[in-house]
Design a protein around this ligand. Structure first.
Ligand SMILES: Cc1ncc(COP(=O)(O)O)c(C=O)c1O
Length: 401
């Protein structure tokens, strides 16, 4: 089934111990890391044990510099435009707060917005009086571009926030077309690339976003508690973090401080150095494998899964038409999504259920209380797909009986 010979699925499986334990179809939750990623993390923890945390960090300072370069390469940015974070949520919060939206701001948000980002943007709107507009979708399920164009008033008071790929479906938003519109109107464009970096080609120059956030543990296959953000140089020079930290600022006098000239001004001192070294290994492995090959393989594997699910009586695929990602969502008649996911786990197939409370502007608005989400990666093979289809078929037949 290998849709692109450049992805060597057998080799990926050989370096992924987790594939031996279950059919893991939850990359969109937290993907299986490679042996090399875990070895790197453990080795650094051992180094901290023997040398002390600060001494161990000093010894790998050069590797952390390499991480900025690798993250920048992965998204087409410059190393100075990268800030390391512990999650995508932290990245977006720090950037949104630094924009200091006031009552003149308009927050134009996609229906694909992730719960934690939505809750932050809603509370910013409530506290500042900024207007929050949930963007309408077009017939393919992505942002309606014509209506977005009409809604942009011109200038940076419009802050457009879009998830490239949401948590709640296989949708891929038309991020480049949105970027053309925001560039033309002068709006500030924030891209949540949490579910896309590592599975789709993401180039901030081509997309035209002003900032991007992502996380390590999903399609990048890095350790938990890692992530990074990109802030366009011209934007970051104008943005000061609401809470400067010793990592990104120097306290120069009794009441004076200066900010780092780079995106590091948004960072905090404390971090898991071990986790960041793991992120570097994961990024290096992704860049070696090739994002184009990864994208083709994941899209083809997910498409096969969707087609197989759609053919099972009683199963409804819930992805919109514009679903080109490695995420597949579905429901089974007669069962709640959580019950399906638990039954699948009992059969050795790992998925999750995503409730409407994780995406009210998407699942909630569609009137779907929850979906089962299966998400594939390069270590998933025919056997994993067949296992999921077989198990879902059994569950669906059980409901019908
Ligand atoms: C689309 C999307 N954005 C953001 C996040 C949040 O990522 P993190 O938990 O790293 O903050 C998630 C997590 O599932 C997500 O699916």
């Amino acid at each position: 089934m290998n849709a692109d010979p450049a992805v060597d699925v057998a080799a990926e499986r050989a370096q992924t111990l987790g594939v031996r334990n279950a059919h893991h179809l939850n990359a969109a939750g937290s993907a299986l890391p490679t042996i090399a990623v875990v070895d790197e993390v453990v080795a650094h923890l051992r180094r901290e044990e023997h040398e002390g945390g600060y001494e161990a960090a000093a010894a790998v300072a050069g590797r952390i510099e390499e991480l900025y370069a690798a993250a920048a390469r992965a998204v087409g940015a410059a190393a100075a435009e990268i800030a390391l974070t512990d999650s995508a949520t932290t990245g977006l919060r720090v950037i949104v707060d630094a924009l200091r939206p006031d009552s003149s701001a308009r927050l134009l948000v996609s229906r694909s917005t992730y719960v934690s980002h939505a809750l932050h943007l809603l509370s910013v709107a409530r506290d500042t009086g900024a207007e929050l507009v949930v963007l309408p979708n077009g017939p393919d399920g992505g942002v309606d571009l014509e209506r977005l164009e009409r809604m942009l008033t011109g200038g940076p008071r419009d802050i457009v926030c879009v998830a490239h790929v949401p948590t709640s479906s296989g949708l891929v938003e038309p991020v480049r077309a949105i970027g053309e519109l925001t560039r033309r109107s002068g709006a500030t464009y924030l891209l949540d690339a949490t579910q896309s970096v590592g599975q789709l080609r993401v180039d901030v120059g081509e997309i035209g976003c002003d900032a991007l956030v992502t996380t390590g543990r999903k399609f990048l296959r890095a350790p938990r508690g890692t992530g990074f953000a990109y802030v366009r140089r011209t934007l970051l020079e104008r943005l000061a973090p609401v809470a400067p930290d010793v990592r990104g600022a120097v306290w120069t006098g009794s009441r004076a401080w200066t900010l780092s000239p780079t995106a590091r001004r948004f960072e905090t001192w404390e971090s898991s150095v071990a986790g960041r070294l793991g992120l570097l290994v994961a990024l290096t492995q992704l860049l070696d494998r090739g994002i184009a090959a990864t994208e083709v393989y994941l899209a083809a594997t997910a498409a096969r899964l969707r087609a197989g699910l759609a053919a099972i009586p009683g199963v409804t695929v819930r992805d919109p038409a514009a679903c080109a990602s490695g995420i597949v969502t579905f429901t089974v008649d007669g069962f709640g999504a959580e019950a399906v996911s638990l039954r699948l786990a009992a059969r050795g197939v790992r998925t999750v259920s995503v409730p409407a409370s994780h995406g009210q502007w998407d699942l909630g608005a569609r009137g779907v209380p929850a979906v089962v989400r299966a998400s594939v990666h390069v270590y998933n093979d025919d056997d994993d797909i067949d296992a999921l289809l077989g198990a879902v078929g059994e569950i669906a037949r059980g409901a019908a009986a």
